[in-house]
Design a protein around this ligand. Sequence first.
Ligand code: PLP
Length: 399
Amino acid sequence: EAPAAMRAVLEVPGVTGQEVLRLPCDAANAKDAVTGLVRRIITTGDPPVTSAFNVLDLGKVAELFAAWRRGLKGVPPYYAVKCNSNPALLGALAALGSRFDCASPAEMDAVLALGVTADRIIYANPCKPESHIAYAASVGVGVATFDSVEELRKIKRFHPGCKLLLRLKVPDAGDAARWDLGTKYGALEDEVAPLLLAAQSAGLAVWGVAFHVGSEVSRVGVYDAAVQAARTAFAAAAALGMPRMHVLDIGGGFAAASFKDACAVINAALARHFGDMPDVEVIGEPGRYFAETPFALAARVCASTGDDGFYGTLCCVQHGYVPRPVPVAAACHSAADQRGGETRHLSTVFGPTCDSLDVVVQGYPLPELGIGDWLVFHDVGAYTTELSCNFNGFSAAEM
Ligand code: PLP
């Protein structure tokens, strides 16, 4: 449990900078407490908010970290920075002892700037520009993934001392998760031996294998097939007479809601397929698991639109996020969220750009809202601000 003083971080862009606030709440009522915090801020005007802002619940991050440790004992998480590179989140994770999965020099810099040492970073991008590989070498990031002969050639030239993990395509994973990463990445079963041989003849060290079952996994049983495929790759390396591999990277895909079920499958699969190799170091690369639920967005009603939307933080609606906005009234209005008995209308909430596709929800029951009222969206931390753009000159809520 995080100390109460760490419960929430609030950043109101351009007004207050970043503030750490104490929220008297526990895990069970954290979302209500965050909504209450937004209500308090907009009704007191302290700090004076005029545009969308995010609230990061650091206590939630600490809870998730503790749950990871309990669920996947001895499996260090390498947080996937691509999911949300918010500095307060990265700082909290670093303080909790997380390691990091970086896919580019910019992500490495963000993590190194926190004082995290390069040996706690994995360069988990199977397709890397040459200049990025050279950068990884220059800052001492020494473990990377690959899934092609071309990648081996580049690594041989620009980072020959790099330790490698062969990224596998997970069999039959297409429908297991919301985002199927297997269409782009991963060696097929019959490519494994040739790639291992190619690495060996290039004099490159293959430390182990990696996989990713796809982001936001719904069919958690897929982890079993993935661990089994990894074990087959370990056997292939042994059959080729290669030095013993000793790292298994189980990737990401985890969602907080199904984490326990995923852990049960993974722990059983590790016992079944790697029970005879207790020295194998198992690592993970969770992104969404740590970033999604700790963030809430407060967006202001500024016309018949909100001031954040489809091209901003709420770009996650394009990827299946189902928003359930909580209305919060501004002081100057009859309290929309206190009109409990009042009629709710099936409403459309638009984002601020001139595009009619900029729709956040449709047919959602809301009380009548006025300019200056607010909507709070919970669980908006995964692939949101990170994917947003400045279309029409509007930017996502900062922090
Ligand atoms: N590792 C790699 C290589 C990825 O590409 C991703 C997401 O794209 C992640 C980890 C994080 O995945 P997730 O957010 O589903 O945990």
